[in-house]
Design a protein around this ligand. Structure first.
Ligand code: PMP
Length: 371
């Protein structure tokens, strides 16, 4: 057992030493050349790592929920209709936000937890109504279901409907190709597969989305959520010039810049392959232990797994793992919350870590069954 329990939850996750170290030095001013350089480079990294040549990146203090709301306000205005592809807890949250901003949300829901609507069903739903945007949750953290974003966005693009992608649980662990997939908004948060501390929202708006926003007759009712308020600051930092709208969390910016440069050094392709390898090994281990996944096999993500407790075992498993040095998360989908647990395998997690975790899982099950 390690001296300190390891975080195997879907964020916050374990941090690399160099990211942690970046938090510990005295803060520069937000107008200091060092900070401006780090901020500017981070914006460039976000754009490139999201697979875009010309999208507008934003790095804003806030969690993933802030990123969702800011992206939504950039694409959707009161009176609009939005189709929410619903694969679980965070799609529900998106639908609530749509309604809060005075737009209409229609859900295209998965048949059961662990499944997902098909691109064909999306085509049918979009053709049957007049929608101003569609939202996709790339990986739903409540189930571990991953959508085939390329296939869904191809349908939406063909029908002329802008796409918002919630990549909170996927970005930096799954492939995202903003330009090739015609994604109007992509968002994530710092605490998941980027392996940085929680607290920063990362998002990009395509050129087309930004142009539509700039020509919209009405402004976003919230000052903080209005991408147009942040735009001059992001443009200034990218041009390596000082600017201010709201004080950036300078220590966090340093840490995120460090994590982004780790991703850049590893290479996105290599990083996604590593995540896929870890997920494959984890799923094989679960099969050996007789533990079924919540997600249908073909929909299982690289970054998180929802796992059903086997017959005769319950949430005591979470405590048994904690005793062995691992923190995992409980179930989140209300209808099955007491029947499963969730394991994050993203960021710095590699094969040795997942193999040690599988062994602790096997020991924990044996302990509970011997009672
Ligand atoms: N979307 C998804 C897919 C998430 O997994 C989460 C967080 N688990 C959020 C949105 C919300 O992010 P946060 O908790 O950082 O506000």
């Amino acid at each position: 057992m390690s001296a300190r329990p390891l975080l195997m939850i879907p964020g916050p996750i374990e941090l690399a030493d160099e990211t942690l170290a970046a938090l510990g030095s005295p803060g520069p001013s937000h107008l200091d050349p060092e900070l401006i350089e780090l901020f500017g480079r981070s914006l460039e990294d976000i754009r490139t790592l999201f697979g875009s040549a010309d999208a507008q990146p934003f790095l804003v203090s806030g969690s993933g929920t802030l990123a969702m709301e800011m992206a939504l306000h950039a694409l959707v205005a009161p009176g609009h209709s939005v189709l929410v592809v619903d694969t679980g807890y965070f799609s529900e949250r998106m639908a609530k936000m749509v309604e809060r901003l005075g737009a209409r949300a229609e859900k295209l829901s998965a048949r059961a937890p662990g499944s997902a609507p098909s691109p064909g069903e999306l085509e049918h739903a979009l053709s049957a109504g007049a929608f101003d945007a569609v939202t996709l949750t790339h990986v739903d953290t409540s189930t571990g279901v991953r959508l085939d974003v390329a296939a869904f966005s191809e349908v939406a693009h063909r029908l002329g409907v802008p796409v918002l992608l919630d990549g909170v649980c996927s970005a930096f662990g799954e492939t995202i190709e903003q330009d090739a997939w015609h994604l109007d908004a992509v968002l994530t948060a710092s605490q998941k597969a980027l392996a940085a501390p929680p607290g920063l929202a990362l998002l990009t708006l395509s050129r087309a989305a930004l142009a539509r926003l700039e020509s919209r007759a009405t402004r976003c009712p919230s000052l903080y959520l209005d991408a147009l308020e942040w735009l001059p600051v992001m443009r200034a930092y990218e041009a390596r010039k000082p600017a201010y709208f709201a004080t950036p969390p300078v220590h966090l910016v340093r840490a995120v810049a460090q994590s982004l440069s780790r991703v850049r050094r590893e290479g996105m392709g290599a990083r996604v392959s590593r995540h896929a390898e870890v997920a494959k090994t984890f799923r094989a281990g679960l099969r050996n232990l007789g533990l079924p996944l919540v997600a249908e096999e073909t929909l299982a993500s690289n970054t998180i797994s929802g796992v059903y407790y086997p017959e005769g075992v319950d949430a005591a498993l979470v405590g048994a793992l904690r005793k062995r040095g691992y923190v995992v998360a409980g179930g989140l989908v209300p209808s099955i919350a007491s029947c499963y647990f969730r394991v994050g395998h993203m960021g710095e997690t590699g094969l040795p870590e997942i193999e040690r975790f599988l062994s602790a899982l096997g020991d924990s099950l044996a302990e509970l069954r011997s009672r």
